[in-house]
Design a binder for this molecule. Structure first.
Ligand code: SF4
Length: 340
């Protein structure tokens, strides 16, 4: 076999979309996920990863705005009581320089709001890029994307954009994302794909997201068929229950839990600079620290996070209000570190 055939096979078969999807489906199957051998392997590997990750997070996720105009049926935004607004630029710049100092490779610019409603979003991407952050990504519902923002995404050197669609048809989209126009979002995606194609050498990777639940499960296949050739990737994930705050659990089955990866993989920062327990903590009800007065490293190595990790390592979830009934562990029990 020649080297080029080998590379072709590797890209198409080993790392191909179908293989990945098949692996994802297999790894989500209760018979595998709950088997003693998989749990043993997973926990063994997790412990190794935890040691490595406790040195520094893989990513920082910054909420630069928590405003949103949509009323998505599975999102806690409408229940959120925090005041809406944007992160102050001075605070943002200070945190970016700390990310750089800790040599954290990835910055995700989104939280409990629509990033493209933040009037400074392009400036923020530029600041992070100039500071030398290696990988900058954002998640959007795509409704606010206009020509200026599309050009800005390509000009500023954004690396990844995840556009949440969750439906292949307008009817299903309306039930999932009331308040937004399916056709407008599809049009915006088309414009972005076309603008990227025209530039030829753009670094931007466009991913379309689909959060699978009861209402849209039957549209997974049509969605993949519709978008696979246009996007750089499709992300399919499962709906969770936001740490037992909102009962969206589509699977409704008991889970055998392991320590949660969210306490080791990254840190979230809200618009005020406060650090919540994890990305499910939309009210920052369990704060790990405050970056207005502390450094990122101080929070990462701080007592609160260490204490919550210890609870998890002992499988003692009942002592953390948010984790007690959280179903994240079911959804995340796959070899997630492979894609980092
Ligand atoms: S178990 Fe749930 S609430 Fe607790 S850290 Fe993990 S994702 Fe967050």
């Amino acid at each position: 076999m020649t080297m080029s055939t080998f590379v072709w096979l590797q890209n198409r078969v080993v790392f191909g979309r179908r293989t990945k999807r098949m692996a994802r489906l297999l790894l989500a199957a209760p018979a595998i996920v709950d088997s003693a051998s998989y749990r043993w392997l997973y926990t063994r590997r997790m412990v190794g990863e935890m040691d490595r990750l406790s040195q520094k997070p893989l990513f920082i996720r910054m909420e630069t705005t928590n405003r949103c105009r949509a009323a998505c049926s599975f999102c806690p935004h409408q229940a959120m009581k925090r005041t809406e607004g944007e992160m102050a630029m001075g605070l943002y710049e200070r945190i970016v320089s700390q990310i750089r100092r800790m040599d954290i490779g990835r910055l995700n610019l989104h939280g409990f709001g629509e990033p493209f409603l933040d009037p400074h979003i392009l400036e923020r991407i530029e600041i992070a890029r100039k500071a030398g952050i290696r990988h900058i990504a954002t998640n959007t519902n795509g409704a606010a994307l206009n020509d200026k923002l599309i050009d800005g995404c390509l000009d500023t050197g954004l690396d990844e954009i995840y556009i949440s669609l969750d439906a292949a048809t307008e009817d299903v989209y309306r039930t999932m994302r009331p308040g937004l126009s399916f056709h407008r979002v599809e049009r915006n995606i088309g414009k972005l794909v076309e603008a990227k194609r025209k530039r030829g050498d753009s670094r931007l990777k466009i991913f379309l997201s689909f959060v699978e639940c009861r209402q849209n499960r039957h549209e997974v296949r049509p969605f993949l068929k519709k978008w696979s050739s246009q996007a750089d990737g499709i992300s399919i994930s499962y709906l969770h229950n936001w740490g037992d705050r909102l009962n969206f659990n589509p699977r409704g089955r008991a889970v055998r839990r392991d320590p949660c990866r969210h306490l080791w993989a990254g840190l979230d920062v809200n618009i005020e600079g406060r650090v919540p327990l994890c990305c499910y903590d939309y009210e920052t009800s369990i704060p790990l620290g405050d970056l207005k007065t502390q450094d990122l490293e101080e929070v990462w190595r701080g007592e609160p996070l260490a204490r919550y990790r210890k609870h998890h390592l002992r499988r003692d979830y009942a002592n953390i209000a948010l984790c007690r009934g959280c179903n994240a562990n079911y959804h995340d029990k796959n070899p997630w570190w492979l894609s980092q």
